[in-house]
Design a protein around this ligand. Sequence first.
Ligand code: GLN
Length: 256
Amino acid sequence: MGAAILGNMSGNGKFTVGWLYPDLMNIYGDRGNILTLLKRAEWHGLDAQLKELGRGAAQGLRDVDVFFFGGGQDREQALIYDDLRQHKQESLQKAIDDGAQILAVCGGYQLLGHYYQTANGERYEGIGMLDVRTEAGKKRFIGDVIVQTRLERIVPDTLVGFENHSGRTFLGPDAKPLGRVLRGKGNNGADKTEGAVQGTIIGTYMHGSLLPKNPHVADYLIGKALTRRGGGALSHLDDSAELAAHGWILQRAQRR
Ligand code: GLN
């Protein structure tokens, strides 16, 4: 519950979040990421707006500063992957080329890659905006995740979240890991990487939801999105409550 100190913003002061498939790709508290982005943007003195982008043709993606693409079970992914290719891919690519950010979690992260293959061999083609590929394993990865990140200049350099996925994701040369796994399975339970970063896109397996306990990532996304609109540095918010929750998860992991 940060105290707002208005920053020296320029541009129109608007901040728009685009929520992809809110009705189908939204599990394990993913909605908390939307609430966090909108509320923090307000605390930073911005006029925060939400654009819901369900199935079908989508308008006005160029106005969006940060897209959020949540997780979903195989059934939900099967219902949207065609729509993503037919109705969203082209305008999403234009918005990204223009500097908009994407935060994608689990099932959304997988479909921004080349493909997601389910445990029974069905393949859902992705849109290849992230150089990653995912194939489901037999055993689900479920539990707390703690990651050490090198996402530029964010402090603290730890991220905390919760994972629940069958997919094993492998990064190609164009994607860099979001971080190194300190606790949990991450991308594939083998190479100690978690998530992927490529251009203005961040993919991760961390539900929870991610942003309430990692306010530094929320401000990273808001700050980046505003820089492209000529906005200055973000105001400093009092995140003692958020970071206390973050610290508590770190301590609990050490006790286990
Ligand atoms: N269905 C995908 C998997 O099992 C994604 C799950 C999720 O979004 N939590 O890996």
